[in-house]
Design a protein around this ligand. Structure first.
Ligand code: DX5
Ligand code: ZN
Length: 228
């Protein structure tokens, strides 16, 4: 039986498997789920948009039957088009694209929504929020990168924090037209979670802080226990 807690678990924690032990991936995913992760963050990299290669629809398809966690795919690829259908077939439920690609966002979001897929946009640390001003209404999620995309285990850059304020303001102005979620990705840990949550994010992505820890439940509890 689940213990009821006075504190509502918050925010949504999306565990980035990039930091998991791939030789034991199924166990790692089970452990993250049992420890309280809400979503699995799947970093798909092509060696072109970012200087690293990770995994793609093949691996996502293999892990899909073994967990009910939400699959949150973060695409760091220059040419996502040929992969979209395959990622959906593999079981991705959220697809987040780099803002810097300047795709036809309305068209993309409408196509994904018609397939019950949520659409996100990711902002590199140097990309300002204003860059997505005209397209933000189409998205279900804005992912604020706190590190240069490409690798796990980097240090969180606090200079991105004001972007969260700006996004909340934009969301407020959009009011009923859209209520996208705000997520922060890169270097999230127990030392910076308070300031991230204080800004009002909905989701935090964490890889190393969870998978490099000795106690995944303790790590996830630390990310969720901050209230403001
Ligand atoms: C970086 C990825 C992140 C990364 C997070 O390119 O998008 O999702 O896996 O890992 P940590 O939490 O280790 O920074
Ligand atoms: Zn990511």
């Amino acid at each position: 039986m689940k213990m009821t807690s006075a504190k509502k678990p918050f925010p949504i924690v999306s565990a980035s498997i990039l930091a998991a032990d791939f030789s034991r991936l199924r166990e790692e995913i089970d452990a993250a789920g049992q420890a309280g992760a809400d979503w699995l963050h799947l970093d798909v990299m092509d060696g072109h948009f970012v200087p690293n290669i990770s995994f793609g629809p093949g691996l996502i398809n293999k892990i899909r039957p073994h967990t009910s966690l939400v699959f949150d795919a973060h695409l760091m690829i220059s040419n996502p088009d040929p992969f979209i259908d395959r990622l959906i077939e593999a079981g991705a439920q959220w697809l987040t694209f780099p803002a810097e690609l300047e795709l036809d966002w309305q068209d993309l979001a409408e196509s994904l929504h018609s397939q019950n897929i949520k659409t996100g946009v990711a902002l590199n640390p140097e990309t300002p929020v204003e860059f997505i001003k005209d397209s933000v209404q189409y998205f279900d999620l804005v992912l604020v990168m706190a590190v240069q995309p490409g690798f796990g285990g980097q240090s969180f850059n606090p200079e991105i924090l004001p972007k969260i304020d700006k996004l909340r303001k934009i969301r407020q102005d959009l009011s009923e037209k859209n209520s996208f979620l705000i997520s922060v990705d890169g270097g999230v840990n127990s030392e910076n979670i308070t300031q991230i949550v204080a800004r009002g994010v909905d989701i935090v992505v964490a890889g190393s802080f969870i998978f490099q820890s000795d106690d995944y439940k303790l790590a996830i509890d630390m990310l969720k226990s901050t209230r403001c």
